[in-house]
Design a protein. Structure first.
Length: 432
C-alpha cells in the first residue's frame, strides 16, 4: 500500500467516527431533553415526527393530571460513542452515551412514584452542508413544524414568524430512544467500593474505644503508649479495607446475577438481530438494525400515547388499538424476531419487543416489564432513508410537501400516499 493509500484509509477510518462538535450537540440535546422533562420547552433541532411524539406524551400526562419531572445526567467516565453513514445529501450519525435517568411522577391525589436507572440514550442525528441545500427546498419550521421553502423560512415562518437558516435546521435529531442498561457502570463500581470503605472506616472508630479499654495496660509509658496509639490509628484503616473487600464481593455478586439473568436474553436478541439483518439486506442494502430499533420503539410509543390511532398513517391495524394507562415506556434492549416473510411485494415481520412500562392506575403507580407482540409491514422495494420525515413528505404526483404522518392523501392534489412503500407500518400490536 502506497503512502497516499495509507493516508486515505486513515481519513476513511476517521470519517466513521464522530467528532468533538457532535458530542457538544448531543450533550446540549441531553440538557434540553431534561429541561423539557421538567416542564420546559421542546428541545431545539428535533424532527417534526419527534416533536409530534413528545407532544402526544405531554398531552397524555396533562389529560391524566400528572406532574412528571425527569433528570438526565451523563455518567462520568463514559464517552460518547457513534458512527455515521450517508443518505443522499445528508450525513446520518448514530450517537449514544451512558446516562443516569431519574424521574418522579405525581398525581393530583398526592400519590407519587420515583425511579432511577442506568440507561443509554441513543439518537439519530442528521447533518447537511449548506452548499448541498437549495433555496427552494422545503423543510419543517423548527419552531412550529410548518412546511415551507428554505428562502421563506429565512425571511420568517408564515405560521409563527420564526426565522431560521440552514445552520438553524441542521444538525437535527431525527429520532431517539432510551435503552435500559443491564451492565454496571464504572461510577457504580467505584461508588460501591467507596461506600464499603467508608462504612468499614466508621465502624472501626467505636472499635478503637473497645480495643483500648480491653487492652489497656497498667502503665502507659514508653512503648506501651506507642503500641496503643498505633493500634488505635490502624484499626479504622483495617476496617476500611475489610469494607472495600465486602464491596468487591457485592460487585461480583451483582455481575454474576446479571450474567445469570440476562445472558440468554442478550444472546437471543443478538441472534435475532443478525437474522433480521441478513434477511433485510436481500431487499434493502441500506438496512440498519440500530435505526430499525429506533423506528420500532417510536411506533410502539406512538401507539401508546396517541389518543386516536386513526390519526396516524403508520398505525394501520385492522382492529382498534387498545389504550393502556401507560405513561412511561423504556426500551429494555431485548427484541426477538418471531417470523420474517416476503410475499406479494410486502415484507412482514412478527417481533416481540420488551419495554419497561409505568402504569397510572389513578390511586397508585405500577412499574413492570411488558412484551409487545408487534406485526410490521413494509414494501420490499422500500429503501431505508434515515433522513426522511413523514410529516414533511414530497408528493410523487404534484411534488408539493405535505404531512403524510397524519394524512393518507396529499393535501394539495389528493393523491393517496402509501406510507408502507417508504416506512414501516404497524398492522397489529398487543401486550402478551
Amino acid at each position: 500500500m502506497s503512502g497516499f493509500d495509507k493516508q486515505l484509509a486513515g481519513v476513511e477510518k476517521k470519517h466513521d467516527d464522530i467528532d468533538y462538535t457532535d458530542g457538544i450537540f448531543f450533550s446540549r440535546f441531553c440538557e434540553q431533553l431534561e429541561r423539557y422533562g421538567s416542564g420546559g420547552e421542546m428541545p431545539d433541532g428535533i424532527s417534526s415526527e419527534l416533536r409530534q411524539l413528545l407532544e402526544y406524551r405531554r398531552d397524555r400526562l396533562s389529560d391524566r393530571q400528572l406532574t412528571f419531572t425527569e433528570e438526565i445526567m451523563g455518567a462520568k467516565l463514559s464517552e460518547t460513542e457513534g458512527r455515521q453513514s450517508k443518505a443522499g445529501i445528508y450525513q446520518i450519525k448514530h450517537i449514544s452515551k451512558a446516562i443516569k435517568r431519574r424521574f418522579t411522577v405525581k398525581n393530583n391525589r398526592g400519590t407519587s412514584y420515583s425511579g432511577k436507572e442506568n440507561v443509554r440514550l441513543c439518537a439519530d442525528i442528521v447533518t447537511a452542508e449548506p452548499q448541498n441545500i437549495s433555496d427552494d427546498q422545503e423543510f419543517c419550521c423548527p419552531k412550529c413544524g410548518n412546511i415551507a421553502g428554505l428562502r421563506q423560512l429565512e425571511k420568517g415562518c408564515e405560521s409563527c414568524g420564526y426565522s431560521s437558516f440552514v445552520t438553524g435546521l441542521f444538525p437535527r435529531v431525527q429520532g431517539f430512544f432510551i435503552r435500559k442498561s443491564v451492565s454496571l457502570h464504572i461510577i457504580d463500581l467505584l461508588k460501591t467500593l467507596l461506600v464499603g470503605a467508608v462504612i468499614g472506616f466508621v465502624v472501626g472508630i467505636p472499635m478503637i474505644a473497645v480495643s483500648m479499654i480491653a487492652e489497656m495496660p497498667p502503665s502507659l509509658e514508653g512503648n506501651a503508649l506507642k503500641t496503643l496509639l498505633s493500634d488505635a490509628l490502624i484499626m479504622p484503616l483495617k476496617c476500611a479495607l475489610l469494607g472495600a473487600g465486602a464491596g468487591i464481593l457485592t460487585i461480583l455478586a451483582r455481575l454474576i446475577y446479571n450474567e445469570v439473568k440476562y445472558s440468554s436474553r442478550i444472546s437471543k436478541s443478538s441472534e435475532s438481530a443478525k437474522s433480521l439483518n441478513t434477511f433485510m439486506k436481500k431487499y434493502d442494502r441500506s438496512f440498519n438494525t440500530e435505526h430499525f430499533e429506533e423506528t420500532v420503539v417510536k411506533l410502539i410509543q406512538f401507539a401508546l400515547y396517541c389518543k386516536d390511532a386513526k390519526e396516524l398513517t403508520v398505525l394501520r391495524t385492522n382492529s382498534p388499538i387498545r389504550q393502556y394507562p401507560i405513561i412511561d415506556s423504556v426500551y429494555t434492549g431485548f427484541m426477538n424476531v418471531k417470523s420474517m416473510c416476503a410475499k406479494e411485494n410486502m415484507c412482514i415481520l412478527d417481533i416481540e419487543v420488551s419495554m419497561l412500562d409505568l402504569y397510572d392506575l389513578r390511586t397508585r403507580f405500577i412499574r413492570q416489564e411488558d412484551v409487545f407482540a408487534v406485526r410490521l409491514q413494509r414494501s420490499l422495494s422500500a429503501v431505508t432513508d434515515k433522513s426522511m420525515e413523514l410529516k414533511n413528505t414530497e408528493c410523487p404526483e404534484c411534488k408539493k410537501h405535505f404531512d403524510a404522518l397524519s394524512f393518507s392523501h396529499c393535501s394539495i392534489c389528493g393523491r393517496e400516499f402509501p406510507v408502507w412503500e417508504h416506512e414501516w407500518v404497524v398492522k397489529d400490536i398487543k401486550i402478551k
